[in-house]
Design a protein around this ligand. Sequence first.
Ligand code: SPD
Length: 288
Amino acid sequence: MTHTRHVKDGWFSENCPMWPGMALSLEIETILYDEKSPFQHIQVFDTRHHGKMMVLDGIIQLTQSDEFSYQEMLAHIPLFAHPQPENILVIGGGDGGILREVGRHACVKTMDFCEIDEMVIAVSKQFLPDLACGFDDPRVNVFIRDGAVFARENTGVYDVIIVDSSDPIGPGEILFKKPFYESLKNALKPGGIIATQGESIFLHKDCVTRLAKITRELFDRQAYACIMVPTYPGGNIGICLGSLGPELTRPAREMPADLQSRLKYYTPRIHEAAFILPRFAQIMLETL
Ligand code: SPD
């Protein structure tokens, strides 16, 4: 076990230069895993009130108490915006939560999954089976590769690409740059959609506007959706979307009743509502 500077007196505190002057603290009961992979520091905690928590390089990636909001929205917004999503690429998100959600769509035929750090997958399978169950789907093909290189090597293959990245510091940094978005666009079929982890409109204005500018330049349609996630900085995070055709802000398909009954956050109404932004953010994204 490596010493963790984020834990003191039974509390884990997340502080990061990307959100200076604030720290989210969760009370913990046990450190279940604490090791370094070739790419990052991986930790899993049992918290007192929020279930198990996965942390990468000191940053909270998920807690069992609210992971459903991020995974459902990042997966179901692009998948329901697409009229017939069959071939899907997921980059990052080694915990498997996005695959779990994508797999709920019966029309999906293949899910290619590209993750740079195989230790994250192994740790999730060991401690977070309710997320790692996403890997059990026979439609999943796992590639342990650099997502930026993988996207560059594939042309015209995917209906939907989802990028479940960590923040733009460390291994995730390259996933927030224009060349990566150009590769994503080239990897789409005509009419395809991308959805990427888009940070917070309150805390990461530079990042949000930079991603909006890139996607506006490259795609026919671009939009930003906002999600509530209590254990992410500021209690919210966004999705940056780009489309080569379909409208993004409304579902293009009916929600099957059996699927809706298994979801906790996503509904057709919250799909539309997530794109209604506070006035400051609306102005920020209109005046790029
Ligand atoms: N600030 C933390 C952003 C984390 C986004 N990725 C989470 C991975 C969950 N599948």
